[in-house]
Design a protein around this ligand. Structure first.
Ligand code: AHM
Ligand code: MG
Length: 344
């Protein structure tokens, strides 16, 4: 039987699966052990399981709260807990990671002693956008992968508290009108769409580049009374013809970081969750929200800032540390930084 020849990129009509994409990259690294590929496969499996639960959420008694409150003081939704458990279970036995950390767990998540400790560290927000779960609006999973810094044995918090530029890879899965996994290892950002019938992620968005600027801003305007003068002046300017391009910017805000970031990545513009008078450190968490998105933004040609500093250079001091975030098109983030300099 003859097989059709492969296309210019070495692909045929079967498409390019996530597994194959990662494997091809692994082969380019001399001496690669396959650990990273294995870890990625576990994360993708967790993503497929969570996507399947999310898509049936209204039918499967997984909506609503568990009655618990997490370390952040937020109500834990049943799907938060389910996604957290799925990720831990999918990854812990693989021997690829030495420790994990999650938005839902106060301390690091150890690897059970019956499994080998691997060389990577995985941190995640299992279900981002909790407030949108029960109303059928896009939610997501965010993940960040580091190499361990401790020598051997069980991983520790020290393995987690590394600056973002040291991430080996970062990505997110968006459970939207379709499920997509977007990731970077620092050189290029690639998006894969889940074919739910085949149960596989296929490459759909190769080498995503974020536009240099675009007329969209994304911020919770309800917090305006608490904003600093710099943030207020910046947003007010974006709404007038003094905005870049000479026309007012449009507003888009979902309230799920993964969804707001995904749109910003593909279309350009800027997403912001600033610090304010009540909470100068903002709302979003550095290690498993801001830093992974920052790695993706920069790898796509965009930028991520606290308003004063590059997110990827921050030295974390605590697992659940929060950080102000301005992320998206390079020129739009730079403009925010210029306005925020007034707050100094
Ligand atoms: P979560 O991880 O508990 O869902 O909280 C983080 C979410 C982000 O997804 C989103 O950008 C932000 O909180 C929205 O906050 P707000 O409702 O204050 O606008
Ligand atoms: Mg979150």
């Amino acid at each position: 039987m003859t097989r059709p020849s492969l296309g210019p990129a070495g692909r045929d009509e079967l498409g390019w699966t996530l597994d194959r994409h990662i494997l091809e990259r692994q082969r380019r690294i001399p001496g690669a052990s396959g650990d990273f590929t294995g870890l990625f496969q576990s994360i993708a499996l967790a993503g497929r399981v969570i996507a399947s639960k999310v898509s049936k959420a209204g039918l499967a008694d997984v909506l609503g709260a568990t009655g618990a409150v997490n370390v952040q003081g937020e109500t834990v939704q049943k799907l938060d807990e389910l996604a957290n458990n799925v990720l831990v279970r999918c990854v812990e036995a693989g021997g690829h990671v030495c420790v994990m950390a999650s938005e839902e767990d106060e301390t690091t998540i150890p690897i059970p002693p019956q499994y080998p400790a691997g060389k990577y560290v995985l941190m995640f927000d299992p279900l981002d956008g909790s407030s949108n779960i029960d109303v059928n609006i896009s939610i997501g999973t965010i993940f960040s992968i580091h190499r361990r810094v401790t020598e051997k044995g069980p991983g520790t918090e020290r393995d987690c508290l590394q600056p973002g530029f040291k991430q080996v890879a970062a990505g997110y899965i968006i459970y939207g009108s379709s499920t997509m996994l977007v990731y970077t290892t620092g050189d290029g950002v690639h998006g894969f769409t889940l074919d739910p019938l085949v149960g596989e992620f296929f490459l759909s968005h190769e080498n995503i580049r974020i536009p240099k600027t675009a007329p969209t801003y994304s911020i919770n305007e309800g917090n305006r009374s608490k904003w600093t003068p710099g943030v207020t002046k910046w947003i007010d300017t974006l709404k007038t013809k003094d905005a870049p391009g000479g026309k007012p910017y449009g507003l888009r805000y979902v309230g799920t970081l993964v969804a707001d970031f995904h749109r910003t990545l593909l279309r350009g513009g800027v997403f912001a969750y600033p610090g304010d008078k009540g909470a100068p450190e903002g709302k979003l968490r550095l290690l498993y929200e801001a830093a992974p998105m920052a790695l993706i933004a920069e790898a796509a040609g965009g930028a991520a800032s606290t308003g004063r500093a590059r997110v990827l250079e921050l030295e974390p001091t605590a697992l659940h540390q929060r950080v102000p975030l301005f992320i998206g098109s390079k020129d739009d983030v730079a403009l925010a930084e210029r306005f925020l300099a007034d707050d100094a």
